[in-house]
Design a protein. Structure first.
Length: 771
């Protein structure tokens, strides 16, 4: 069934060649030798494993992307759950290479960067919840230990990383055991570069458990093996030697660390970062003089200045503020020697921000005057103001914030002004200083007005999102006025899709605290292409406060609207809120009135689509369905029906999904697809009876598909591929769903619907891997 045909014009080669599963191409007779059957079965089994691995790896990739997003916005608990799901999906993989690749990304890390698992473990440590780490470390370890000698590099590095993680949470005995396993795994690694990386990882693990005497000989071995690597360029050599040098420093052998760093030649930047790392280690051990002396030998100006700043902040955090300020001043002087003006300003700004964040805003402020670029100056001042606010020095915070906003006003480039204002808004919001955040938000509002429609939509939407986040956080904190101001800054042309639902939340928050007049005022102030949100908010207020007079008045206003389109929007909004309040019969009556009004509008597709969009977004799928069914353009209607069905499945409203799918009377392929999606959900939940019910309906629907049971689609002029939603392909997919639900006999029965003997036999062979 999954065939790919390549059409060839050369007459000597015949009409066409078949690419893909050759057992399909030549299966013209039911009489086959046992050898051919065995070969076909082997090929099918292999294909089955490939399909399973593709499905599982696709799921893991999706989950890891979701994890990264959640970790970035600090949704730690959600990120933990997502990563656990990824580990579970990894267990379904049978291709060890794919498993090893994911474990490298998640646990072991690569290119001197840690695995993504470290992100969430750092959050646990910051929040004092180290014990939570065990939840993620256990499945990570189980998967790592399952790797064979064929994946020994990843296995060794992952075991070493896990040893470090266990050491972080105080489980040193477990860490030591994992180091022993890593040493065992390392013995099977081939290749000098791989062996060097593995030995370095083991040495880092020994450092993590404070067994420096064991780390040193491993590092010596790594260094010795590294001498036999044939480097393609100086950067590759630097990437190999830098972690060895840093590990020597962490083990307390600074002389050897510096010696290794100095072996990095023709890569000045990387030699500098290696020396900076060693200097930082000196500083952590309280050896500021040695740290500073070493840092001053670093050649690249930017690396030296940053190294000195790191030493200065370490000094401050250890209680030596005077020493820290002296080194900070030295870092500023080094930065001033940068010849390129913008790079100089950027470097000074970075130094100032870092020092302010170390708890020294007064000292940091002295460096601001050296920043010539207004956008960089504004960023630095904004960070200093934030630090003052965190320290409770509100007067200074206010003064410096005003200086920052003055610098924003000096920025000529609109895009830069937008970015800087947005960054300040985001930082203040995240820290919970909403009074400063709203000032940054108002600067954004000025940029929106100044730029008009000249801003790129993605940039504008990003900043609209920042304003919405401020509004929601201020709302949660009970600061409704700031929440309202923030969301009102967003221009309708940019983000009404964000603005109007948030205004709905703000208005209801006012109403809940007894400020119904203010809530209604918010609703009345809405200016949009439709009265939907205005009527939705007022109806919600009336229903929430059980104000029947206000609800009756709102209904009367909606019915009095002369324009049929506006009337339909208004009534649909009231119907939505009535349904959400649990008054289903009343809601259905009002929705029927809205639908009746929509029929009086000529060319009402946009209206019906707009109303259904609002109802779908509110997860009121049954209410949306009559509006979608009323759409006269068949393709558009089918697309919306599929949208409702898929959204309903995702939100667990399966009856609404069935209702929508059943409306796809002229599109049985789409109908069957929806039923298969629904079957997946029931299979995952182990709901056998519902699987039977849904797949039985899918069989019936598939039987109504017209035309030949197998059909070819033209991908390009030269490539044709079989339609995966023709009858034969759908029957095979349904059979596989039964097999996934462990109903193998039923699966075989379904394949009997396939008329072509060769395709039926192949489908049955594919089912064999589900036994």
């Amino acid at each position: 069934m999954k065939k790919l045909w390549l059409l060839v014009s050369a007459s000597c080669l015949g009409g066409f060649f078949f690419l893909g599963n050759f057992s399909q191409a030549f299966q013209t007779s039911r009489v086959e030798s046992s050898a051919n059957i065995k070969l076909a079965q082997t090929q099918v089994s292999s294909e089955c494993q490939v399909d399973k691995n593709q499905k599982a790896s696709g799921r893991v990739r999706q989950l890891l992307e979701q994890f990264q997003q959640q970790a970035y916005i600090e949704q730690t608990e959600k990120a933990e759950e997502t990563l656990l799901q990824a580990f579970k999906s990894l267990q379904n993989l049978t291709d060890e290479q794919i498993t090893a690749s994911f474990l490298e990304e998640i646990v072991a890390g690569s290119n001197n960067q840690p695995g993504v698992l470290s992100q969430i473990l750092e959050r646990y440590e910051e929040s004092g919840k180290k014990e939570r780490a065990q939840t993620l470390l256990s499945p990570a370890l189980q998967l790592t230990q399952s790797l064979s000698a064929g994946s020994s590099l990843v296995k060794t590095n992952a075991l070493s990383s896990l040893a470090g993680f266990y050491a972080q949470i105080g489980q040193t005995s477990q860490a030591s055991e994992l180091i022993s396993q890593a040493l065992q795994s390392e013995k099977t690694i081939q290749g000098a570069e791989s062996k060097t990386k593995a030995l370095t990882a083991i040495a880092k693990a020994y450092v993590a458990v404070n067994e420096f005497d064991k780390a040193t000989p491993i590092l010596s071995q790594a260094l010795q093996v590294s001498q036999s690597i044939e480097y393609t360029d100086s950067n590759q050599k630097a990437w190999t030697l830098e972690p060895i040098a840093l590990s020597y420093a962490q083990a307390g052998n600074y002389t050897k660390a510096i010696e290794v760093a100095e072996q990095i030649t023709d890569a000045e930047y990387y030699q500098g970062t290696a020396l900076a790392g060693i200097a930082s280690q000196y500083a952590k051990n309280g050896q500021l003089r040695q740290a500073t002396q070493l840092a001053t030998t670093i050649k690249p100006i930017q690396v030296q200045a940053k190294a000195l700043t790191n030493i200065a902040t370490t000094s401050v955090k250890s209680g030596n503020k005077d020493g820290g300020f002296e080194i900070f001043s030295q870092a500023l002087k080094v930065a001033q020697t940068e010849s390129q003006p913008y790079n100089k300003a950027a470097l000074v700004s970075e130094i100032v921000i870092q020092y302010a964040q170390a708890g020294e805003p007064d000292a940091a402020l002295t460096g601001v005057q050296a920043i010539s670029e207004p956008q960089l100056k504004a960023r630095a001042l904004g960070s200093i103001a934030l630090q003052y606010a965190k320290m409770g020095q509100s007067e200074k915070a206010s003064q410096v914030a005003n200086q920052a906003f003055n610098s924003v006003a000096e920025i000529k480039d609109v895009r830069q002004k937008l970015d800087v204002s947005g960054e300040m808004l985001r930082n203040y919001t995240k820290a919970g200083f909403y009074n400063y955040a709203i000032l940054a938000g108002e600067k954004l509002g000025e940029v929106f007005k100044q730029a008009g429609n000249s801003l790129d939509l993605p940039d504008s939407m990003q900043q609209a999102g920042n304003l919405r986040e401020l509004s929601l956080q201020a709302l949660e904190a009970g600061n409704y006025d700031i929440a309202l101001r923030a969301i009102q800054i967003i221009p309708n042309s940019v983000g009404y899709e964000l603005k109007e639902p948030t205004l709905y939340q703000v208005a209801l928050a006012y109403a809940k605290t007894g400020q119904s007049d203010k809530a209604v005022q918010v609703a009345r102030s809405l200016v949009s292409y439709s009265p939907f949100y205005q009527f939705q908010i007022i109806a919600a207020i009336a229903l929430q406060s059980q104000n029947s007079a206000l609800l009756s008045q709102t209904l009367q206003e909606a019915n009095a609207i002369a324009d049929a389109e506006q009337k339909s929007y208004a009534l649909a909004a009231i119907g939505l809120e009535t349904s959400k309040a649990g008054q289903q019969k009343n809601a259905e009556i009002i929705i029927a009135q809205a639908l009746e009004a929509s029929q009086k509008v000529n060319e009402n597709t946009n209206l019906l689509t707009g109303i259904s969009h609002q109802l779908i977004r509110a997860e009121q799928y049954e209410l949306a369905l009559p509006f979608v069914k009323a759409i006269s353009i068949e393709d558009h209607k089918n697309n919306k029906l599929q949208e409702i069905a898929q959204a309903a499945i995702q939100s667990g409203q399966y009856s609404a999904a069935i209702s929508s799918a059943n409306s796809l009377v002229n599109n049985p392929q789409a109908h069957a697809r929806i039923l298969l999606l629904l079957a997946d959900k029931h299979i995952e939940a182990g709901q056998t009876e519902r699987v039977d019910e849904v797949l039985a309906q899918a069989i019936a629907v598939t039987g109504t598909i017209a035309g030949p049971e197998s059909q070819i689609m033209n991908v390009t002029e030269s490539i044709q591929v079989e339609d995966e939603f023709d009858r034969a392909s759908l029957y095979e997919t349904i059979a596989i769903k039964y097999a996934e639900a462990k109903q193998y006999d039923r699966a075989l029965q379904v394949t009997q619907n396939i008329q072509n003997v060769a395709e039926r036999d192949l489908a049955q062979k594919r089912l064999a891997c589900f036994r």
